[in-house]
Design a protein. Structure first.
Length: 317
C-alpha cells in the first residue's frame, strides 16, 4: 500500500470528484507534526510523527490520491459500526466542511432516511484536531430522528515503524483488558465474555504482536472489554516500536476496543472504540440511541518517543 507523501503548498485545496467538491486539509501543530484529512469520508489520509532522532515519518496507512479509496473505502475514514460490523456508507460520502483552521477541521454529513441505509434523518459531525501535545483527537457526535444502534468509529490503520510496508509483528502491544467480548459467526456480539488469561489475547503485560499470532486462525480481530470503561484518563492500549522509538497511546470513552491486525502477516493494526460491552459496574450498556439523543464519543491518539517503564521492561526481556 502506498503511503501519502504529497507536499501541500496551500492550507486547503479542492477539486471535483464524483460530481462533488472534495476538499483536503493539512493540519500542523506547533511541534511540526502533520496530518492530512479530507471531507471524502471524513477521512484521515496521512499522519506524520517523529521517531527517536527527530525524523518525521508516516505512521498510518493511506493512498496518494483520494480516488484510490474507492477500492478500500473504510481506510482512514469515519465509519458507522454496529457491534463489530463496519458499515462503509459514510466513508463513501462527501461531507460538508463546517470550520477549519491550522490544527483542526470539522466535517458534517446529514443523511435522510429515504437513502435507505440510515435510521431516520441522521446528523453526523466529526472533528479532527492535531494538538500541540502531539495528539490526534477525534470527536464524534451523532443525532437521529429515529431509534438507532449505529455508532461512529474510525478506519485508521497504524504502523509505527515509519515504513508502511514493514511488518508490525515486532511492535509491542499492551491492552488494558482482561476479557474479550465474544462474537458469533455473523460477527455480532453475543453478550458473553471470555477471560484472556492463558490465551494469545492476553496483552495485560506487553508482548510483541507476532509472538502468539500464529495460534490464531486469522490474526487478531477481537473486541477487548476495557478495565476502566468511560474513564478517558486511563489508557486503553499502548503500541511501541522499539526500532523507531515511537509510542502510541490510545484513550477513549468507550468500553470496548476492537483490535484488528488484518491477518497473521500484518503491516498495520487498527484500534476501533465501540459503544458496546459493559460499564464500570459490570452491567451491559444500553446501545440504543433514542430520537433526539446526542451520541458523543472521543478518541485520542498520543505520540511520544518516551516509552513507559512497562514497555522498556518488555523490550529488554
Amino acid at each position: 500500500m502506498k503511503h501519502f507523501s504529497l507536499t501541500i503548498l496551500a492550507f486547503l485545496y479542492a477539486f471535483t470528484m464524483f460530481g462533488q467538491e472534495i476538499q483536503t486539509f493539512q493540519l500542523t501543530n506547533d511541534m511540526g507534526m502533520k496530518a492530512v484529512v479530507t471531507n471524502y469520508g471524513a477521512r484521515l489520509m496521512s499522519l506524520y510523527a517523529y521517531n527517536w532522532n527527530g525524523r518525521l515519518e508516516p505512521v498510518v496507512k493511506g493512498y496518494q490520491h483520494v480516488s484510490d479509496y474507492k477500492d478500500n473505502p473504510t481506510l482512514g475514514a469515519t465509519v458507522m459500526s454496529f457491534d463489530g460490523k463496519v458499515n462503509n456508507t459514510l466513508s463513501e460520502k462527501v461531507w460538508d466542511v463546517v470550520v477549519a483552521d491550522k490544527q483542526s477541521v470539522t466535517f458534517r454529513y446529514i443523511a435522510e432516511g429515504e437513502e435507505g441505509k440510515f435510521d431516520g434523518k441522521m446528523n453526523f459531525t466529526v472533528t479532527y484536531t492535531l494538538s500541540d501535545q502531539n495528539a490526534l483527537d477525534i470527536d464524534y457526535r451523532m443525532i437521529s430522528t429515529a431509534p438507532t444502534q449505529f455508532k461512529l468509529s474510525n478506519g485508521i490503520v497504524f504502523n509505527l515503524s515509519g515504513d508502511l510496508e514493514r511488518s508490525i509483528l515486532n511492535q509491542n502491544l499492551w491492552i488494558n483488558s482482561c476479557k474479550t467480548n465474544l462474537f458469533n459467526d455473523k460477527f455480532e456480539l453475543t453478550g458473553e465474555q471470555e477471560n484472556v488469561r492463558f490465551t494469545p489475547l492476553n496483552f495485560i503485560q506487553p508482548r510483541e504482536i507476532g509472538e502468539r499470532i500464529g495460534e490464531l486462525e486469522d490474526g487478531y480481530n477481537h473486541a477487548f472489554q476495557l478495565r476502566y470503561p468511560s474513564n478517558i484518563q486511563k489508557p486503553a492500549a499502548i503500541l511501541f516500536d522499539a526500532q523507531s522509538g515511537r509510542v502510541l497511546t490510545i484513550y477513549t470513552y468507550e468500553p470496548t476496543l476492537l483490535v484488528n491486525s488484518y491477518g497473521k502477516k500484518s503491516k498495520g493494526i487498527s484500534f476501533q472504540p465501540l459503544h458496546t460491552g459493559y460499564d464500570e459496574n459490570k452491567e451491559r450498556i444500553n446501545t440504543n440511541i433514542n430520537p433526539g439523543q446526542v451520541f458523543h464519543a472521543a478518541t485520542v491518539f498520543i505520540f511520544t518517543t518516551d516509552p513507559p517503564l512497562i514497555m522498556k521492561t518488555a523490550v529488554e526481556k
